[in-house]
Design a binder for this molecule. Sequence first.
Ligand code: SF4
Ligand SMILES: [Zn+2]
Length: 352
Amino acid sequence: MPLNQIISEIRNRQRIKPSAPDVPTAVWTGYDNHKGKRIDTLTIIFKTSGCWWGNQGGCSMCGYVYDSSQNPPSYEDLKSQLQKAMEKASSLEEFMVKIYTSGSFLDENEVSTDVLKYILQALNQDKRVLKVVAETRPEFVTDDTIVKCRNMLKDTEFEIAIGLETSSDIIRRDSINKGFKFSDFIKAAQIAEENDVTTKAYLLLKPPFITEGTAIDDMEQSIDDIVPYANNISINLCNVQKGTFVEWMWQKGQYRPPWLYSIVDVLKKSKQKHPETIITSDPVGAGSKRGPHNCYKCDQDIANAVRRFSITQNINDLDFKGQTCGCFQLWKKVVKLDEYTYGAFIVDRMMQ
Ligand code: SF4
Ligand SMILES: [Zn+2]
């Protein structure tokens, strides 16, 4: 059975809870690296009609599709979402705004041109906003959409963020079901560059069906491949989201989220090779069964080291107290033995 069909069947069994269309899905403040310095960030997840690709199946690990609104929010609803989100930034002096929609900000069916113009004009007029980052699938990056954004934002920095996940077309198709190719990402990044817009690539460490060792190699290779096109690279660690194909595999004992040592390994090697590229990672859900984890005892130390490195880009920050934890040798063994189990659990059950 094709992967998209299995994903669609899992999605059709889920219930989406009704929620107010004039309130964003989520808003929070945090930090990021901006031109080598730490900067405050305001992350807004707008509630829209959702990702067109996700609405017909979509990616194997994605639970964001359940964040969308049952009825498409109106112009007034989205204006109100922005207003509520900006209240969270009331105490910030200078910051970066990261826009997500659980889909594509540049998809006109999700975010109409009128709404897009309203949001970007408002952000441009707020002189505290130094940079806007907006996530989109690459098929919506055209001269037309990018010029429209550039005109609204004027001299405010603009970056498009694309969930490329991997430079391997095979892994992206057979493990993730992403529905686009590496060449689509390259084309989008080139259009962006021609219009003075930077590109951020999101990668995904350890989608289903690949081993821990292959996952590490895949990230290192992907970073080598995308450095010419991406100004920023952010590695997401696959976690088990509700109502996804990954959750279905995990419940059967056929998927384990990545080890935190694996992201440390990738960051150390890749940063040494590409010192000029910003490479970050936020290990969401670290130390939980559904999130990336080691033995559960050393997880927070390592996750904090990864977060520190993401701000400073200094590989010395990847040295952490938990390095002496006994599970380090176990991880090394898993990387070897995993080749025989295709990414299924080896040691988690023994630890329970
Ligand atoms: S493209 Fe993004 S939002 Fe759409 S299904 Fe895939 S991961 Fe989810
Ligand atoms: Zn440990």
